[in-house]
Ligand binder design. Structure first.
Ligand SMILES: [Zn+2]
Ligand SMILES: [Zn+2]
Length: 798
């Protein structure tokens, strides 16, 4: 399976083609090997560009989508991609999104979908909520106005409930290491403890993974959104400044707040202090936007001597740096520095984040840091000031947008009953027609204006109620599409369990590196949920994709990014028109290692063209030779027979190489070995046997299907090439390649023999002793010992 595309108005990108062609080659080979291959294609067609186009032009997104998918499909067909079009799906098709809505209802019923107030990116000038990708450097992508935050009631999905399994189950799958790492980092699990700091009457819990550094805590930092601030605002003497800071931080997007390169800012809450629970020390409290409310407890204990971020912040605001861990190996310098660090004026510019021995830590001084973590946790727990906890960076997933072009969320709000799910029999809830696609002034979906759609009877009490007007985010349709491919027309179920049992899990899923966090994580989550509730049979297992690979992007000539503004976009239509699809296919595969980013080079196309032209000529000659029986008859003599056999042997090696390379996505080396074979063939153009000619066409056909079929028919072979059986190479023939075996007498070279690679000792001995030159040395002498180095030499000691 390849990732299904968003059918944009720009048409197929040459980078899309790379992934499609690569996996098409795999699919074609697997079919020829006798596998029942499901190689599907569909359209992930809800989304922003079409919607924005509708806002601008008033053209219904469904019309634009239709036009774009027709174009994409035409382009894919032009490339000879062997997709099973009987399984084509489209996420914007009501028969499809009926099931996307159905999944939402199941999530709601299991308590995994809930409403919560969440800040969204808000452009005050366009009066529109923006997706993260529409915010560029904190500004609105369309109008350039500064983006702010606006609180909205949003549907949320409890992906955090699956955090642990999303990490653990990675052990079942074959993903590249870097993909597994990025999944884990995105989930960001950390185990530690929650410690309670007192601040007057109030308690501030903080989360830390390093309770061993608690004696080094010299201040606390809270997120600007921390609810305590509002509560204690009368005690804060500089509340005006605090308020300003909070306002400013609201305008920042999260990425900006936690970015490593941005300087960390903050303001002290004057008039209030916290108490460090281990030593009763009074410490200042700050608010700073690099602390996020949704991570941990929304507050951290700062230990500048042992955390680089805290250290940078402490230096900036001239706060105490108390060293409490001494690295075990550099005892001397550490002690020296520690006294300086307490002064806060050290020349040291780095925190020590490693393990060591505790210093300046009261009764825990002298204990190893790993052990101190346990000891301090134990002690604080006994006093009721700490508890163990696991935290994840992963947050619940904001699953609503106040826009038009998405799946309507099948929920109804009743004044009496609250949120009530739409009965399953009423699905799909279709998108109604609207006059205008732009969100309202208040940033609500344009659906709010469609009164006869919005106002409904409550499914529970029959009273007046209103439909949810938010729609689902872009990812909703792609979470489960692989399941629908197994049974695309089913109108009773999302897919039949029998068919899911037969096809799932996806054996091989190729896609872009840019989708390895969100899409991969979201779809694994939804899959697990569907597996849990029995939609996917238990037998299939807990993961949707057995194997994941990624292709590199194609850059413009010279290695710069392809973009409209640079005018270096390559249109596959033009290449197909000028060179044909097969040359484009061969060239894209020959371009370089599939997994690496690679620059486009139009000149390279000529190489692929030359290769096919050469094979065409050779094939034509071979067909003529075979028709006239000029070639390869046993009676043609030893010389011709040997040539034929040599060519056969080279072909066996080529079959082996191409077969293995396709399985490991090394298409570039596969193409180059096909090219090498054509050179050998050219040197002995009348020596290719019929069977070998056929086999060559078969291994060429996944790369150049149109060309291979054409030659296949011209040669009068039966059926079609792409339905032929994938050739097996003959291991024996490859091994039987000859080597030069050195024959020695008492360690001195006396002769050489050309023989098989795998010749055994006994045979080598026999041949060696029969050689005239050797007989001279062994005549009448006793052979004391024979030393045989396989593949290299045989030495007779006389
Ligand atoms: Zn704007
Ligand atoms: Zn009701």
């Amino acid at each position: 399976m390849v990732e299904f595309p968003y059918p944009s108005g720009k048409g197929l990108h040459i980078g899309h083609c790379r992934s499609y062609i690569g996996l098409d080659i795999v699919a074609r080979k697997k079919r020829m090997e006798g596998f029942n291959v499901l190689f599907p294609m569909g359209w992930d067609a809800f989304g922003l560009p079409t919607e924005n186009y509708a806002v601008k032009t008033g053209i219904h997104p469904a019309i634009v989508t239709k036009k774009n998918t027709v174009n994409f499909k035409r382009q894919q067909k032009n490339l000879g991609l062997s997709f099973d079009w009987s399984r084509e799906i489209n996420t914007t098709d009501p028969d499809y999104y009926k099931w996307t809505q159905w999944i939402f209802l199941q999530l709601f019923k299991k308590g995994l979908a809930y409403k919560s107030k969440m800040p969204i990116n808000w452009c005050p000038s366009c009066k529109i909520g923006l997706a993260n990708e529409e915010v560029v450097d904190g500004k609105c992508e369309r109008c350039g106005a500064e983006v702010t935050k606006k609180e909205k009631e949003q549907w949320m999905l409890k992906i955090t409930k699956y955090a642990e399994r999303l990490i653990d189950d990675l052990s079942y799958v074959d993903y590249p290491r870097r993909v597994k790492i990025s999944q884990k980092e995105w989930i960001g699990k950390s185990e530690g403890i929650e410690i309670e700091f007192k601040a007057g009457e109030n308690k501030i819990p903080v989360f830390t993974t390093r309770p061993d550094t608690l004696f080094g805590c010299s201040y606390l930092v809270m997120a600007p959104e921390h609810p305590l601030i509002e509560k204690i605002k009368n005690q804060i003497v500089n509340y005006k400044f605090i308020e300003e800071y909070i306002e400013k931080s609201k305008k920042k997007v999260e990425r900006e707040r936690i970015s490593e390169d941005k300087e960390k800012t903050g303001v002290e809450l004057k008039g209030i202090k916290a108490i460090n629970p281990v030593n009763g020390r009074e410490i200042p409290i700050f608010i700073a936007d690099y602390v996020l409310m949704h991570y941990g407890t929304g507050a951290i204990m700062a230990v500048p001597a042992h955390d680089q971020r805290d250290f940078d912040f402490a230096k900036r605001y001239n706060l105490a740096v108390i060293k409490v861990i001494k690295p075990t190996e550099t005892t001397e310098t550490a002690t020296e520095n520690s006294s300086q660090l307490i002064e806060g004026k050290a020349g040291v510019s780095q925190a020590y984040e490693g393990e060591g021995i505790l210093i300046n830590s009261g009764r825990f001084t002298g204990i190893k840091s790993e052990r101190a973590r346990e000891k301090i946790t134990e002690r604080l727990s006994k006093r009721g000031l700490a508890k163990r906890g696991v935290y994840y960076k992963l947050r619940d997933w904001v699953f609503s947008r106040q826009r038009y072009w998405g799946e309507p969320i099948p929920m109804v709000k009743c004044k009496k009953c609250g949120w009530v799910p739409v009965p399953e029999k009423d699905l799909p809830i279709k998108l109604p027609k609207v006059k205008e696609y732009k969100p309202t002034e208040e940033g609500e979906s344009p659906l709010t204006k469609v009164e006869n759609w919005v106002n409904v009877k409550c499914p529970k009490c029959g009273g007046p109620a209103k439909r949810e007007t938010d729609v689902m985010p872009n990812w909703a349709g792609s979470n489960w599409y692989y399941l629908r491919y197994c049974d695309p027309q089913n109108d009773k179920k999302l897919a039949s369990p029998e068919l899911l049992k037969y096809w799932m899990p996806v054996d091989w899923y190729n896609g872009g590196m840019e989708h390895t966090t969100l899409h991969l994580l979201y779809s694994r989550f939804i899959y697990k949920f569907l597996w849990d509730i029995g939609v996917v049979p238990k037998l299939v297992g807990p993961e949707p994709y057995r194997k994941r690979t990624s292709h590199g992007v194609i850059l413009g000539e010279g290695g710069i990014k392809m973009s409209k503004s640079k005018g270096n976009i390559i249109n596959p239509d033009e290449i197909v028109r000028e060179y044909g699809a097969d040359i484009l296919r061969l060239y894209e595969m020959f371009l370089g290692p599939f997994k690496q980013a690679i620059p486009w080079n139009t000149k390279g196309l000529k190489g692929a063209k030359k290769f096919l032209e050469k094979v065409w000529k050779l094939a034509d000659k071979t067909i003529v030779f075979q028709k006239n029986r000029i070639h390869c008859r046993e009676s043609l003599g030893e010389e011709k027979k040997k040539e034929s056999q040599d060519l056969k042997r080279i072909l066996q090696k080529t079959i082996k190489k191409v077969s293995e390379n396709i399985d490991s996505l090394k298409f570039n080396t596969a193409v180059s070995s096909l090219m090498e074979f054509s050179n050998d063939w050219a040197r002995n153009e009348d020596s290719l046997k019929k069977e070998d000619f056929k086999n060559f066409l078969k291994i060429l056909s996944p790369f150049a299907p149109h060309f291979s079929e054409e030659v296949w028919i011209r040669a009068g072979f039966k059926s079609i090439c792409s339905k032929a059986k994938w050739p097996k190479y003959e291991q024996k023939l490859i091994e039987r390649e000859t080597i030069i075996l050195i024959v020695q007498i008492n360690g001195r070279i006396r002769d050489k023999i050309e023989t098989r690679t795998d010749i055994a000792k006994e045979e080598a001995e026999k041949i060696g002793l029969s050689l005239e030159k050797i007989k001279k040395w062994t005549d009448g002498k006793k052979i004391k010992r024979t030393i045989f180095v396989p593949g290299r030499l045989i030495n007779f000691v006389v």
